[in-house]
Design a protein around this ligand. Structure first.
Ligand SMILES: Nc1nc2c(c(=O)[nH]1)N[C@H]1C(S)=C(S)[C@@H](COP(=O)(O)O)O[C@H]1N2
Ligand SMILES: [Mo]
Length: 414
């Protein structure tokens, strides 16, 4: 065996005296040496900057914080909180500003005890721990979630957050539900599955099995870290483009069946007529857009204004956003921020020169299926009455007063 020259050991098994001295010497010089490399920076006392125009810094920390000058906040009620859409420069919603909708509060679930049961019309009913879910090949995708009841109006003094803040976007990571369905062996006659959460809410949803084979994800990651408790920690069902309520949080059970379950949300009380027929199981979120700048309560000045906003569709990609600055008489194509992702918030911008006259600005999206965002009149005519409620995605307008004040146009029709 080759002798290690650095570690000379004498016959008694003790390290030589020379070796010890050398080691002590090396230890003594180490802090000095590393202070040059910056490794022991925290030992250097803070020095006030000699140049008074420079600003004294604070040391780095374990968790980052926002600038004290930036205070974006959700607007919360007992059952939901809304994202501050007007405060975002682009389309990823910071996780702590993601909208929330809860029917029985946010349960605190121990990831060690978490289990997802998949049973019903399967060859092998199985329970998956969180660790099991993470062993499967993972998948990451950016998409929006929107509550089907996302639309408020009624007065001019409303922000984008108040009007439409029940939508947000994250980059989600998890395992494709199709991967798990192959694992349990789904019966060929299966047509639906039931998704159940571990919270106290009576919210279970029946989902056509095609969505599971297509793009459903059991998500445990949100914007690069573990999903937030409010978003369903440790795992939720993610159905890109579909009504918020089908994205069952704290997912604990999936039951495969050949028919829907007609749970509470799936009875006629929670559905509405379209052309005289009850519209049930309307899963996809229709395309919509909103200008987030300028918006209430901002004040603008005459001259160049970059009109900005977000557009999205639950059916695929946004292909066009048009902006009108003359109350809908003429329309201009806005620029779409690339990359445009399917079933995702898409940022649009349109440069406009305001001449100072009172006007109305609005946006209208077209998606890849050719669907064009309707006016409120078109929506109401199709449904027979302005009943509000779910799936209300009309074009929305802002009025710009001569003094530059921006107000929401709270339309009501019939
Ligand atoms: N288990 C469970 N899942 C749930 C809900 C709930 O109350 N319990 N609310 C649903 C509704 S109505 C919506 S809009 C979305 C909201 O998702 P978010 O809170 O992550 O934004 O979660 C859905 N999933
Ligand atoms: Mo919702």
């Amino acid at each position: 065996m080759e002798e290690n020259k650095e570690n000379k050991v004498d016959k008694t098994g003790k390290i030589s005296r020379r070796q010890l001295l050398g080691g002590a010497l090396a230890a003594a010089v180490l802090p000095v040496a590393s202070s040059f490399t910056g490794l022991v920076q925290e030992e250097v006392p803070p020095v006030a900057p000699a140049d008074p125009t420079k600003v004294q810094g604070i040391p780095p920390g374990k968790i980052g914080t926002r600038s004290p000058f930036e205070n974006p906040a959700r607007k919360a009620s007992d059952i939901s909180s809304r994202s501050p859409l007007q405060d975002f420069y682009s389309t990823i919603t910071p996780s702590d500003l993601h909208f929330e909708r809860h029917h029985a509060g946010i349960p605190n679930i121990d990831p060690e005890k978490y289990e997802l049961l998949i049973h019903g019309m399967v060859d092998r009913p199985m329970k998956f721990s969180l660790a099991d879910l993470k062993r499967f090949p993972a998948f990451t995708r950016t998409c929006f979630i929107e509550c089907a009841g996302n639309f408020r109006r009624g007065k001019a003094e409303m922000t984008p957050q108040e009007i439409l803040g029940l939508t947000s976007q994250s980059e989600w990571t998890g395992v494709m539900l199709s991967t798990l369905l192959r694992e349990v062996g789904v019966h060929p006659k299966a047509k639906w599955f039931l998704a159940e959460g571990g919270d106290a809410a009576l919210l279970t949803r029946s989902i056509p099995i095609e969505k599971a084979w297509d793009d459903a994800i059991i998500a445990y990651g949100q914007n690069g870290e573990a999903i937030r408790p409010a978003q369903g920690y440790p795992a939720r069902l993610l159905l890109p483009g579909w009504e918020g309520n089908t994205n069952v949080k704290w997912l604990r059970r999936i039951e495969i069946s050949d028919q829907p379950y007609f749970t509470r949300e799936e009875t006629s009380k929670y559905t509405y007529p379209v052309n005289g027929k009850i519209r049930m199981f309307s899963f996809e979120m229709d395309a919509r857009s909103i200008i987030t700048y300028p918006s209430y309560p901002q004040q603008v000045q005459r001259g160049w204004i970059e009109i900005r906003g977000i557009a999205w569709s639950g059916r695929g990609k946004v292909t066009k956003v048009e902006v009108s600055t003359d109350a809908g008489k003429t329309w201009n194509d806005a620029n779409l921020q690339e990359p445009v992702l399917s079933k995702a918030h898409t940022y649009f911008r349109h440069l406009w020169q305001w001449n100072g006259a009172e006007t109305e600005i609005l946006s209208r999206v077209t998606d890849e299926t050719g669907y064009i965002q309707p006016t409120l009149k078109q929506l109401v005519d199709a449904r027979g009455a302005d009943i509000g409620g779910y799936h209300m995605n009309p074009i929305t307008s802002w009025i710009i007063k001569r003094n530059g004040q921006v107000l929401f146009k709270p339309e009501k029709y019939k």
